[in-house]
Design a protein around this ligand. Structure first.
Ligand code: FAD
Ligand code: NAP
Length: 568
């Protein structure tokens, strides 16, 4: 018999003649290929796809992956938000796929269209739609305790079918499900009606009287664009103030004197970013450092917050030309950051135009041709543009029944409690991108999506190599985390007196969007998994079955150095 030269030959030699056979595989050998279903092909689903396909190629053997996307294209947020003025409020160079940052953004802040084109180009370049099934809507997910799998019902236009998965990962997004505002009689309106997240680009808004309801980040971008259309008259309905503020002249980061709020990159700068990867990385690093160092500003009543709020009020007053009524109505008295800060170039200035009117009131009703406010005034309009936000209940957009028949939509109807935004009690083998209390209140969401993807892979690796059947975050761990998070939030500006979707639009309500701490703390917390927070069940009755035949894979390869651990 010749000498064994491969791991399997060594193993065969070793196993032959054993009286008490153990599995003919070394310790930590995966016993099954994990079937994973991800919902959504926005940044979350696509970053996860990149990890599985490229960054961690070993997962090609360990997993099989399907992404179901209900819409006809990839891109999520940036596919559907096509309203005039749609723009990112974090610098473009840091709102980008971490594995392939774009060197040639046009401006400091990118438009929605540019982001979507970049997503499409990156998907093509990296084949990220390999596992994406478009026009496939997930309708239901039922946990099957006996086989430790999710039974998932998917609808694809031709009918519904069932898919089984060991892990169900939600990339459904936070600001994804829009709805009409609570305005009585809105359905009776005979003019043109649209929502920021479903904008009709074919409609000609010029020479029309347009009611824009809402002054969140979407509303403040829409108003100045509509106000610039020929013959258009814009009535902006708002019921609570909002900071519209830009901190500094961003061109300074490139040692340029340009004072523009959203400066264009020069061709030379784009060229340098393309050719000099170190320069590009250092530039992005500078922006990220600046964003992370701003977290102190979000501490309620801190010197930084007081100072920055004051600067914001001054900047707003200047842009409103110190008009006493506009300033009184539009400038908040709560701390800067309580609602998402948006730069919205030209928004405040547009209220000096003759064709823009501010109505500070709740829109409570609509008739065939007008909107009616809570104070009973009526305004005749041709168009009602609702920039009134999204369903921010955090509930899954499908029926989801977990362990012991717990219904997540019912559980989260009152208070969406998550495990560090990544999972939920009684929902085994389930991970969430940007779940409740994710880092959505400050900075670029892309970074936390990336950290979350790495976190999920750590668990998947453990599950497959230690022959784990199911993992479920423990309820008491979640409850304590919420309690501690709330206490930290009490010190942060999001619990100030503003109305915002971070608190599900209930002033004084619990902060359900936003991690209780800095982005860097979130990163540290999810950098390693904490198995002690989970209920773990194993495939075998003996949890140590993954020890296999008692050998490590490494020592079975005759070519390997078996003294590799010697350090000194
Ligand atoms: C107008 C706007 C501007 C924003 N600007 C910024 C910004 O400047 N900076 C920032 O950090 N963040 C911003 N955000 C937040 C933005 O949503 C995130 O940054 C990011 O795009 C989220 O990506 P995602 O993949 O998690 O979710 P999404 O992009 O929302 O994608 C979710 C996907 O899941 C799919 N889906 C949902 N339910 C189902 C189902 N049942 N079956 C199948 N598919 C389903 C949806 O169709 C969608 O394609 C903005 C959001 C909006 C709305
Ligand atoms: N990058 C960007 O620049 C950008 C752009 C758009 C969106 N976003 C993201 O998306 C989030 C949501 O933004 P959004 O603007 O779409 O939604 P939003 O912040 O939830 O704002 C909705 C607005 O509609 C108002 N509203 C609702 N019903 C009303 C009524 N009946 N009458 C008068 N006003 C009414 C709300 O007033 P109240 O506040 O009084 O409730 C609020 O001003 C942002 O916070 C941000 O995270 C980012």
């Amino acid at each position: 018999m010749g000498e064994a030269t491969t791991a399997s030959e060594v193993l065969d030699t070793f196993s032959r003649g054993t009286k008490n056979p153990v599995p003919n595989s070394p310790a930590y050998t995966p016993q099954r290929v994990l079937k994973i279903v991800t919902v959504g092909a926005g940044f979350s689903g696509l970053i996860f796809a990149h990890k599985l396909q490229h960054e961690r190629p070993e997962f090609q053997q360990l997993t099989s992956h399907k992404i179901f996307e209900s819409r006809g294209d990839v891109g999520g947020t940036w596919l559907v938000n096509k309203y005039p003025g749609v723009q990112c409020d974090v610098p473009a160079h840091v709102y980008a796929f971490p594995f392939d940052p774009k060197p040639d953004w046009d401006h400091f802040y990118a438009t929605g269209q540019e982001i979507h084109s970049y997503i499409k180009a990156t998907v093509k370049k990296w084949n990220l739609d390999r596992d994406v099934h478009l026009n496939h809507k997930v309708l239901e997910a039922l946990w099957q305790e006996d086989v430790a799998q999710w039974k998932i019902t998917v609808e694809n236009g031709e009918g519904a079918f069932v898919e089984y998965a060991d892990f169900l990962i939600s990339g459904q997004g936070v600001l994804n499900k829009w709805h009409w505002p609570n305005v009585q009689g809105l359905e009776k309106f005979k003019g043109h009606k649209c929502h920021s997240a479903e904008w009709d680009e074919n409609y000609d808004y010029s020479h029309k009287t347009i009611a824009v309801i809402g002054n969140g980040s979407s509303g403040v971008q829409i108003v100045p664009k509509l106000a610039n259309l020929p013959g258009a008259k814009v009535i902006s309905f708002q019921r609570s103030p909002n900071y519209v503020y830009s901190r500094s002249a961003p061109a300074k980061l490139l040692d340029r004197d340009d004072l523009a709020q959203n400066p264009a990159y020069t061709e030379q700068e784009k060229q340098r970013f393309r050719e000099d990867k170190t320069f590009h990385r250092e530039y992005r690093q500078k922006i990220i450092h600046s964003i992370n160092s701003m977290f102190k500003m979000f501490v309620k009543g801190s010197e930084e917050n007081i100072k920055e709020s004051e600067l914001a009020r001054l900047q707003m007053a200047e842009k409103l030309h110190h008009d006493p009524e506009l300033c009184d109505r539009m400038i908040p008295n709560w701390g800067l950051g309580c609602r998402r800060i948006t730069p919205a170039e030209g928004y405040l200035e547009s209220f000096s135009k003759d064709n823009v009117q501010l109505v500070f009131d709740t829109v409570s009703g609509a008739t065939e041709n007008s909107v009616v406010t809570a104070s009973g005034k009526s305004y005749e309009v041709d168009v009602i543009a609702c920039a009134t936000g999204f369903d921010v209940s955090w509930r899954p957009q499908w029926r989801m029944i977990g362990r012991d028949q717990v219904d997540l939509n019912v559980e989260w109807a009152v208070d969406p409690k998550s495990y560090i935004s990544l999972g939920a009690a009684n929902m085994p083998n389930h991970f969430i991108f940007l779940g409740p209390n994710a880092v959505v209140t400050h900075g670029s969401l892309i970074e936390s999506i990336n950290w979350t993807a790495d976190y999920i892979l750590k668990w998947l690796y453990k599950v497959t190599t230690e022959d784990i059947k199911s993992i479920t975050p423990k309820s008491d761990v979640i409850n304590e985390l919420i309690e501690k998070g709330n206490k930290i939030h009490d010190t942060l500006v999001w619990t100030d007196s503003c109305s915002s979707w971070f608190k599900r639009n209930t002033p004084g309500g619990r902060v359900t969007a936003g991690f209780g701490g800095s982005a860097l703390l979130f990163r540290k917390l999810v950098q390693e998994i904490r198995p002690e927070d989970f209920d773990i069940q194993y495939q075998s009755t003996n949890r140590w079955s993954f020890l296999g035949n008692g050998f490590t894979d490494h020592e079975l390869d005759p070519k390997n150095d078996l003294a590799f651990y010697l350090k000194h």
